[in-house]
Design a protein around this ligand. Structure first.
Ligand SMILES: CC(C)[C@H](C(=O)O)[C@@H](O)C(=O)O
Ligand code: SF4
Length: 416
């Protein structure tokens, strides 16, 4: 029986010839990332429950402060200090205020064929480069930190065959929200979403990140694209070589297969409070909004900033709306500066913030008040995600978010 890309990565990490879904293996981790959401808890466990043993390989560890940065109160300042001190003591790569963890990982670390654990659910993003990334809790992270290994139950793989090409005015974000709407928030629980087909070839690494990143919102253990020439040339541009490039065998086993024709996708929104409550954006048009947000590890890259700038050029953000634009990293920020996008944002009356999770995380910047409505390119829209429990979050593409910020109510770009 052949193997899928994910199975081949796990087999290599386990040092065995082959694996199959349902097997449990001990795997060697290529890289581990943890952010300020939970690293302080891992460090506490390390000191209190393990009596501070040696770290297996600190060169494989990356700590990133991105969720509440700069610190917004003494409690988060203390968690950051704990991370900073620990990273210094153990020579761990440490990033603070330079961008959202997954964006930093993609720009600087991830390589095709790697097995990467992150103490963050959207670690599945790394599949855009043909790596197996998955989110773990603090206990598993700590175990990996001190042993360099972990256990892994080999997941089933689901094939997503993509055909056609997205039409003008339709974005990868619409495609992925549409897919989640179709398969549901539990659609691929503990399974790998493998994207392939001629439609996959029309997607850039940025586009693939949008798809892989949101996979966990359908319950996925991981998500992956084959590291093809598009991924390899992106990697080369970023000064890295693959660890190993894997392709799925002809006779690999898939638990099921779906086909999505990209030509059929239209702009959509996910309604509050469920990511899989997806409807055509046209049906939500007219809903009054208080805040709009372009940013996050899902949708805060240069592509989305360019879309926002294109629509904002010569227009103004509605008086009744706060429009937050937050680059996913400083590299994205610098690129936007170079292209003059920041001027367009400022002239239009948007609020540009430092690279961080911002209101996607909903505990630091831009939180929304009682009964307020946010339209967001963030990852989640459950009750209270962006602020007050009575507030509401619609998820949409950067184009729909920007058009809505200009109009003051949910609108699509063709309505401008
Ligand atoms: C803080 C972190 C553990 C959390 C996650 O795991 O995803 C956050 O990034 C989120 O998006 O909700
Ligand atoms: S941007 Fe949002 S989804 Fe991504 S890591 Fe930050 S809080 Fe989590």
């Amino acid at each position: 029986m052949g193997m899928t890309i994910a199975e081949k990565i796990i087999a290599a990490a386990a040092g065995v010839e082959s694996v199959k879904p349902g097997d449990i293996h001990t795997v060697t981790l290529d890289r581990m990332m943890s952010n300020d959401g939970t690293t302080h808890l891992t460090i506490d466990m390390y000191h209190q429950q393990l009596d501070h043993p040696a770290i297996a390989d600190s060169k494989k560890l990356v700590f990133i402060v991105d969720h509440n940065v700069p610190a917004d109160n003494p409690k988060t300042a203390a968690t950051h200090k704990k991370m900073r001190d620990f990273a210094r003591e153990h020579q761990i790569d440490f990033w603070e205020g330079k961008g959202v963890c997954h964006q930093i990982m993609m720009e600087h670390y991830v390589r095709p064929g790697e097995l990467i654990f992150g103490a963050d659910s959207h670690t599945c993003t790394y599949g855009a480069l043909g790596a197996f990334g998955t989110g773990v809790g603090c206990t598993d992270f700590l175990y990996g930190m001190v042993t360099g290994t972990s256990w892994l139950l080999v997941p089933e793989t689901v094939k997503f065959n993509l055909t056609g090409k997205l039409r003008k005015g339709v974005y990868p974000r619409d495609l992925m929200l549409h897919i989640i709407g179709q398969i549901g928030a539990n659609g691929v629980n503990y399974q790998v979403m493998e994207f392939s087909g001629e439609g996959a070839k029309t997607l850039s690494v940025n586009d693939r990140m949008v798809l892989c990143n949101l996979a966990v919102e359908a319950g996925a253990k991981s998500a992956i694209f084959e590291a093809d020439e598009i991924a390899l040339s992106w990697l080369k541009d970023h000064g890295r070589q693959p660890k190993q490039v894997f392709t799925s065998d002809e006779d690999a086993h898939y638990i099921c297969e779906y086909t999505f024709n990209l030509d059929d996708i239209q702009p959509v929104v996910a309604r509050p409070d469920f990511v899989d409550d997806v409807i055509p954006a046209a049906q939500a048009c007219g809903t009054k909004i208080d805040e709009a947000f372009v940013g996050s590890c899902n949708n805060g890259r240069i592509d989305e900033l360019r879309v926002a700038a294109r629509l904002l050029k010569g227009r103004q953000v509605a008086d009744t709306v706060r429009f937050l634009i937050v680059p996913a990293s400083n590299d994205v920020y610098l690129q936007a500066l170079e292209e003059g996008l920041m001027e367009t944002f400022m002239e239009a009356g948007a609020i540009v913030m430092n690279a961080n999770c911002s209101v996607c995380w909903g505990s630091c910047q831009g939180v929304i008040g009682e009964n307020e409505v946010l339209i967001s390119t963030g990852t989640r829209n459950f009750k209270g995600r962006a602020g007050h429990p009575s507030s509401k979050v619609y998820l949409a593409s950067a184009a729909t978010v920007t058009a809505s910020a200009i109009k003051g109510f949910i609108a699509t770009e063709d309505q401008l």
